[in-house]
Design a protein around this ligand. Structure first.
Ligand code: ADP
Length: 329
């Protein structure tokens, strides 16, 4: 099975130590540099499961873009779908820790080459040829938010063709309001892409922010009406909901004794879920895999666990799922 993930990888600068942004003498903490991005994080964990993964994006021709490509290759991820734009460099973001332990993100990504994904003038026909070889394409609302409107239409048309030929599309709405012109535009775009989605991996918090839902049942109903056949709703430590074949099930999230940092929880859940699904596991067993991947990741600081500390385990048995009524959620 082959999966391609579409999106943006950024340079990340994070404080080395947890604590307030300023030292007592006004000094700033040392920063650790790495790379991250929602679909990138998911791609890394899927690749670690042994599924063949390609990452599709645009980068520049600077040393950081080269490092990102080496980083992907070191994870066994195919980079043949990456185009390098001359004179450009990747987006950047910084993390700040406030005194109360919250994390704040500041982005410099307006000029990111990834914004040219599927745009006219790029090598998008070559990218489409590669994508036609895939079994599954994974993208997120962040991927869509940074793309140009005409490029989104081009991608939508391509996904229609891809699904028509038997390919599957997995989508996480990952709604980030500041990346969109307005909530109305975000809703319209997400709705269009839902029509071309086979597996929706949503977080209820994002559904609340995008649609003002107050209960999971509202999200489930709307996505069901949009024609989503397989819908997974993540809710932090609350049971994960699965709506499939008109049936709603809940799978408990095993307690994690020490939650260190929830960055990348949803991304790694998606990786566990998709890796298992692509290897033939049932949706319920795949949720258990998603939970297991996320549990590991939230026990570490940062979105990506160092490779040496991230052993691949054999899949566990199917979890016990409960059938629930939508009035219960
Ligand atoms: P996101 O990272 O997109 O906000 P969630 O917070 O819903 O996503 O978390 C995704 C998954 O991570 C959950 O379904 C669960 O498996 C795991 N997870 C998140 N928070 C916790 C927690 N406090 N305890 C145990 N598991 C958690």
């Amino acid at each position: 099975m082959k999966l391609a993930a579409l999106g943006e990888v950024m340079v990340e600068l994070a404080p080395q130590a947890v604590g307030p942004a300023h030292g007592v003498d006004g000094s700033k903490p040392l920063l650790r540099q790495s790379f991250a991005g929602d679909t990138f994080n998911t791609a890394v964990y899927i690749a670690r499961s042994g599924v063949s993964v390609s990452y599709v994006t645009l980068l520049g021709d600077d040393p950081y873009s080269d490092e990102i490509q080496s980083r992907l290759q070191s994870e066994g991820i195919d980079i043949g779908g990456i185009e390098q734009l001359p004179g450009r460099c990747p987006g950047l973001y910084m993390i700040q820790n406030s005194a109360d332990g919250e994390r704040y993100f500041t982005y410099w990504r307006g000029e990111s080459p990834a914004r040219q994904l599927f745009a006219a003038g790029t090598q998008r026909e070559a990218v489409k040829s590669r994508l036609r070889e895939m079994d599954c394409i994974y993208l997120s609302g962040i991927t869509l938010a940074i793309m140009q409107s005409q490029a989104r239409t081009e991608l939508l048309d391509f996904l229609r063709e891809f699904r028509g030929n038997g390919g599957r599309v997995a989508f996480d709405s990952n709604y980030r309001s500041r990346l969109w012109d307005s909530v109305e535009v975000a809703r319209d775009v997400v709705m269009e892409f839902l029509q071309q989605t086979d597996i929706a991996l949503f977080t209820f918090e994002d559904e609340q922010a995008l649609w003002a839902d107050t209960r999971p049942a509202q999200s489930l109903k709307r996505n069901c009406r949009a024609g989503i056949a397989e819908l997974v709703l993540k809710r932090g430590p609350e049971p994960v909901l699965l709506q499939r074949d008109g049936q709603l099930s809940a799978v408990d999230v095993p307690p994690v004794p020490k939650v260190v940092d929830t960055t990348g929880a949803g991304d790694s859940f998606n990786a566990g879920y998709l890796a298992a699904r692509l290897q033939g596991a049932s949706p319920l067993a795949s949720i258990a895999e998603g939970n297991r991947y996320a549990a590991q990741v939230i026990g570490y600081r940062g979105a990506i666990i160092p490779r040496a500390e991230n052993p691949v385990h054999a899949m566990e048995n199917s979890p016990v799922a409960r059938t629930v009524a939508d009035t219960a959620v």
